[in-house]
Design a protein around this ligand. Structure first.
Ligand SMILES: NC(=O)c1ccc[n+]([C@@H]2O[C@H](COP(=O)([O-])OP(=O)(O)OC[C@H]3O[C@@H](n4cnc5c(N)ncnc54)[C@H](OP(=O)(O)O)[C@@H]3O)[C@@H](O)[C@H]2O)c1
Length: 239
């Protein structure tokens, strides 16, 4: 059975991704600091959906955490770098510590996770890495400059790493969601939501299951020859 690590798999997009991949036959290990009630309920239905607690902001511990998971579950086929913070704010007003925390979780942690998981993929000569970015990496958005920087950097990381590990049979892609209703976007008011819907080609917002479907595709054999790309899932918000 193919193992896939899903960071931030306890709720929101990560939970939808973890559930979808488990349904399509992967053994999924969801990582987050705490297990949510929703994930616990999903695990009761899905034998191959697992949870391991891990604070990815503790970047010095990522190598050891991956080694422990490998001992427990075996070689990794896939990694979904999904955990992230959505801290917003006008840059001139943001606390330095908040900017650092954003970069640590959204940029440094996924790069280190990929580094350590890759060692196992390289030995197996196959693997899939999917980085969850955001449409704001390309489109820009007021009061999300530091966040956008983390997501744009992950897209650059995706393209270069795809070139580096392609000869080893490993693909690296990104999925860029538009605005999706999760805990991260709960502060968006009704007016902002209506504006997003009005400006989207399909006149609606994408759902967590849409993002999960895109990740499932990139993990599947149908995507064997797709690498270094970013797949946008935004109901046409940036079309
Ligand atoms: N929602 C959107 O509209 C949207 C749009 C574009 C891109 N995205 C991206 O999609 C990804 C998921 O977003 P979401 O909306 O699903 O977020 P969310 O609902 O806030 O969930 C975040 C997940 O990350 C985990 N996490 C947070 N801090 C962590 C840490 N220090 N160590 C380990 N896990 C941690 C959380 O679990 P714990 O708190 O238990 O650790 C949770 O499972 C993010 O990368 C986000 O930037 C979201």
């Amino acid at each position: 059975m193919r193992n896939v690590l899903v960071s931030g798999g306890s709720r929101g997009l990560g939970l939808a991704i973890a559930c979808r991949l488990a349904q399509s036959g992967f053994r999924v290990i969801a990582l987050a600091r705490t297990e949510s009630g929703e994930l616990r309920a999903a695990r009761a239905e899905q034998r191959e959906l697992h949870f391991r607690s891990c604070n990815l902001a503790d970047t010095a511990g990522i190598g050891q955490a991956v080694a422990q998971l490998r001992r427990e579950f075996g070689t990794f086929y896939g990694l979904v770098n999904n955990a992230g913070l959505g801290t917003g704010g006008l840059l001139s007003m943001m606390r330095d510590a908040d900017i650092e925390a954003l970069i640590r979780l959204n940029t440094l942690a996924p790069i280190l996770l990929a580094k350590y998981v890759l060692r196992s993929m390289m030995a197996a000569k196959e693997g899939r890495i999917v980085n969850i970015t955001s449409i704001v990496a390309q489109s820009g958005f007021k009061a999300l400059s530091a966040y956008s920087a983390t997501k744009a950097s992950l897209e650059g990381f995706t393209r270069s790493l795809a070139r580096e590990v392609g000869p080893l049979g490993i693909t690296v892609n990104a999925v860029a969601p538009g605005f999706v209703s999760t805990a991260m976007t709960q502060e968006l008011d009704e007016h902002a939501r209506e504006q997003i819907v009005r400006r989207s080609a399909l006149r609606r917002m994408a759902e967590p299951t849409d993002v999960a479907g895109a990740v499932e595709f990139l993990m599947s054999d149908a995507a064997n020859n797709i690498t270094g790309t970013t797949l946008t899932v935004d109901a046409g918000n940036t079309a």
